[in-house]
Ligand binder design. Structure first.
Ligand code: SF4
Ligand code: SF4
Length: 807
């Protein structure tokens, strides 16, 4: 079953070894890190990597494993392969141990957004764990299940008022530096689960369930005084993202828009100092072998030193991805646009959010009409290919707001036609989820579809008028479920517990009927009353009552939003005393902040660096990929080789920018499947050919003057099929290629000798099959016109190793 599942491919043998797990039996503790989404949807995310890194540092003798929500295909395999008479197969099994959550001491769940809560009950039901903390407390040897992550403070439905919950503990806030000690404490086998939880209550940001009877506890989210220490040694998992590293350069956001959960949850705004960013970037490159650095920040351009960082990070990584940025800052720093263009940024993402000045003020975006004007002056220029404009529909928009949007789009279209014809404009709109612990938690809900759709239709028409593309980024049902779960409380816990029996899952989309089912359950629980649906007053408190928040501050901000008063910027300006900063130091940092405009010389240096990187000549080297890389993506293989080469010299991360497999990965030669191992050729890229050569020689790699012309290749295949299926598959492959020959029975297998006439076709030259051991080993000599994919894509899962090239 494990061989057929897709998820375990995230842990190719090389990646599994790098987890440094002891034997299962000899492990001092067993910890399972769970994501509630499929791996393919979270392979760009770092939270599970952070959990691993911190836990490993604290517990070198622990067996630490990863589990993800199985995707639809894997869920079907798990369902149909369950043995009769046995329970269901666990969905959240560890990829390294292939064991369910019930075999672990501690399960750490990272929840990134509210809809993932729909999947949580499956963790318990498919592994036979009772669904409530209170039911588990009496039973011996069950794991503690702790939930944290960026959505932790918005998981109201998980906890009933009396203090029971589906989870045993909730961690809220920034976990860096605490996750390791927390995991060590919670996985101690010499203590009962109850006593471990009791001790953990003393840790900041942590709440244990169930509460002792009669207790009304309180906990504050854990906030670090400075930007969290960056994650420098993330474990390498196998996916197309394996050559991208992520580095957090700021925490929080000074914007504090009225709707933004992240902004309010992670305040105050902090920065990792320039010098520390660079030290971290170099360490990260050595540890990951990444080609691309994704600069992680709510808004990268709030960092004081962003322009010099664009240059310096570009000297370390071949590509530096800069994602979202604050528009008011960009509008005020014209030379930053030039620096971003010089760094080859061609697509700009702009979160405008409100469709009119009035709605932007409601969202407290702090984005004035003149700033938008200035911004489009800067961005409607040749060289920029794409503008992505993001909006939020609240359901409170009036006809005038829609008219404002229409006029804005007409003006934008006219300017584009004049200044930047051919520029693509994409408009994406979502519906406003009123999130807890933000000012808009008080706003009335909008759960009727038609008014929202009407606004969306008007926006779409305005976009069509200037040939801009319009996309509604969310399904209405998803929005409603998200909204009700976000502000719903423990009255929804029975519904969440029943999602497995209802067959309900969220994996990038909701399974059918989830919203009607949730709506019915919420009605029955008397949740959808006027208090919940209407505008709240200042006495309102969001669910998770034990979590400290700032109701006075949020209420003041809401009243300002409702009155249409936009937020005054305080970054680098005066503090208007909003009360969001926890201390005087935070205020001093924010008000003393200086966004530095890049000078022309720096912009020129960035442009030269970009041009130099585009002109790197490859150094070709012969490489023998070890069997531990079986199943690896090209991105993983490249990062693996870079890591090895960088181990040989100090500063090597400044001289090797990319290692790229150059022979087979594009599929044109022999049609090898992704994940082959053995002999191949890599292209190495960097600014100094002499240094590349030295690195390659130090690793014992043979330089090549050109790509070899491969006439033949000898391969070793292992097919996970029975003997007859394997032979039938190969015969079919030969027949489709019109290759004839003679088949000989041998003691433990078969041998095919291709006819002399068909040898000339340069497809197959020889093939020997060895049977036994539950799989079929094939020794195969292919000609350069062969397409192995014509055989393997149709059927078996196979490992392919290239033994010899160019015979
Ligand atoms: S600027 Fe963006 S990240 Fe910052 S508070 Fe506003 S929406 Fe959130
Ligand atoms: S307290 Fe002052 S510095 Fe801090 S976010 Fe509010 S206005 Fe800005």
């Amino acid at each position: 079953v494990a061989a057929a599942l897709g998820a375990p491919r995230a842990l190719v043998p090389d990646a599994a070894l790098a987890l440094r797990n002891p034997s299962w039996e000899g492990a001092a503790a067993r910890i399972l890190i769970v994501r509630l989404s499929p791996f393919r949807d979270v392979d760009r995310s770092s939270s599970h990597l952070l959990l691993f890194s911190e836990t490993r540092a604290a517990l070198p003798e622990a067996f630490i494993d990863f589990a993800f929500l199985p995707d639809r295909r894997d869920r079907e395999i798990l369902a149909t392969s369950a043995e009769p008479g046995e329970g269901p197969r666990p969905w959240f099994y560890g990829l390294a141990s292939l064991r369910g959550p019930d075999h672990f001491d501690l399960v750490l769940v990272s929840c990134a957004f509210g809809l993932e809560l729909i999947n949580l009950a499956w963790l318990f039901t498919t592994s036979g764990l009772p669904l409530r903390a209170s039911q588990r407390r009496g039973a011996a040897a069950l794991p503690l299940v702790i939930l944290g992550g960026s959505a932790a403070a918005a998981t109201g439905p998980l906890v009933v008022d009396a203090g029971d919950s589906m989870i045993d503990g909730l961690f809220v806030g920034e976990g860096e530096g605490l996750i390791g000690p927390l995991a060590a404490l919670l996985s101690r086998r010499d203590r009962t689960p109850a006593s471990r939880l009791e001790e953990a209550r003393a840790l900041p940001g942590f709440m244990a369930f169930p509460f002792p009877p009669g207790e009304s506890p309180s906990v504050a989210p854990r906030r670090l005084p400075s930007s969290p220490p960056p994650l420098l040694t993330p474990p390498a998992l196998n996916s197309d993202e394996a050559a991208t590293a992520r580095l957090q350069i700021t925490a929080g956001c000074p914007g504090l828009c009225s709707f933004c959960f992240e902004g309010w949850d992670r305040r105050p705004y902090r920065e990792l100092p320039y010098a520390e960013v660079l030290v971290a970037a170099r360490a990260l490159k050595r540890a990951t072998g990444a080609v691309c650095l994704e600069v992680y920040s709510f808004n990268f351009n709030t960092h004081e030193d962003i322009a010099p960082l664009i240059f310096e990070l570009g000297r370390i990584f071949r590509r530096v991805n800069l994602m979202s940025q604050r528009l008011d800052i960009l509008a005020g720093l014209p030379s930053l646009v030039a620096a971003e263009l010089a760094a080859d940024k061609r697509s700009f993402t702009l979160g405008i959010e409100g469709i009119s000045a009035r709605m932007r003020a409601f969202y407290r975006k702090g984005l004035a009409e003149e700033e938008l004007e200035r911004l489009f002056d800067l961005l409607l220029v040749r060289g920029i290919k794409e503008l992505k404009l993001f909006y939020i529909i609240a359901g409170l928009e009036t006809a005038e707001d829609c008219e404002d949007f229409a006029s804005f789009m007409l003006a934008l279209g006219a300017r584009r036609d004049n200044q930047a014809p051919g520029l693509r404009i994409l408009v994406s709109a979502g519906f406003l989820v009123r999130l807890p612990r933000t000012p808009l938690q008080y706003a009335p809900l909008a759960l009727d579809e038609e008014p929202l759709r009407k606004i969306a239709r008007r926006m779409e028409a305005s976009c069509a008028a200037i040939q801009a593309e319009f996309r509604l980024a969310v399904h209405f049902d998803e929005y409603c479920v998200d909204q009700v779960l976000a502000l719903g409380d423990g009255r929804l816990l029975p519904w969440l517990e029943a999602t497995p029996s209802q067959g309900q899952v969220y994996d990038g989309g909701l399974s059918r009927g989830v919203w009607p089912s949730l709506k019915a359950a919420a009605r029955e629980a008397a949740l959808l009353d006027p208090v919940f649906l209407g505008e709240k007053d200042e006495t309102y408190r969001p669910p998770l009552f034990f979590l400290e928040s700032d109701p006075d501050l949020l209420w003041r901000e809401y009243r300002a939003a409702r009155a249409g008063k936009d937020r005054e910027a305080c970054l680098g300006e005066a503090c208007c005393g909003c009360g969001a900063c926890p201390d005087a130091d935070s205020i001093t940092f924010i008000t003393g902040h200086k966004s530095k405009a890049p000078e022309a010389a720096l912009v020129e240096k960035i442009a030269k660096l970009t041009a130099a990187k585009a002109g790197f000549e490859p150094l070709l080297v012969s490489v023998d990929l070890p069997p531990e890389l079986a199943g690896a993506t090209p991105a993983y293989m490249g990062a693996w080789l870079t890591r090895r080469l960088l181990a040989h010299a100090a500063d090597a991360e400044l001289f090797l920018f990319e290692s790229r497999e150059a022979l087979f990965s594009d599929g044109s030669l022999l049609g090898l499947p992704q994940g082959f191992t053995g002999r191949t050729v890599f292209a190495l890229y960097g600014p100094r050919p002499d240094r590349l050569l030295a690195l390659a020689r130090a690793e014992g790699l043979e330089p090549l003057s050109s790509l070899p012309r491969v006439r033949k290749a000898r391969l070793a295949l292992v097919l996970s099929q029975d003997d007859d299926e394997a032979l039938a598959g190969f015969r079919g492959f030969l027949a489709r290629a019109h290759v004839t020959g003679t088949e000989y029975a041998e003691k433990t297998g078969r041998r095919f000798v291709v006819s002399a006439r068909d040898e000339k076709k340069a497809i197959v030259h020889e093939a020997s099959f060895a049977f036994g051991g539950g799989s079929v080993a094939v020794d195969l000599v292919l000609g350069f016109k062969a397409r192995l994919s014509d055989w393997l894509e149709a059927g078996p899962s196979a490992s392919v190793r290239v033994l010899e090239l160019g015979l």
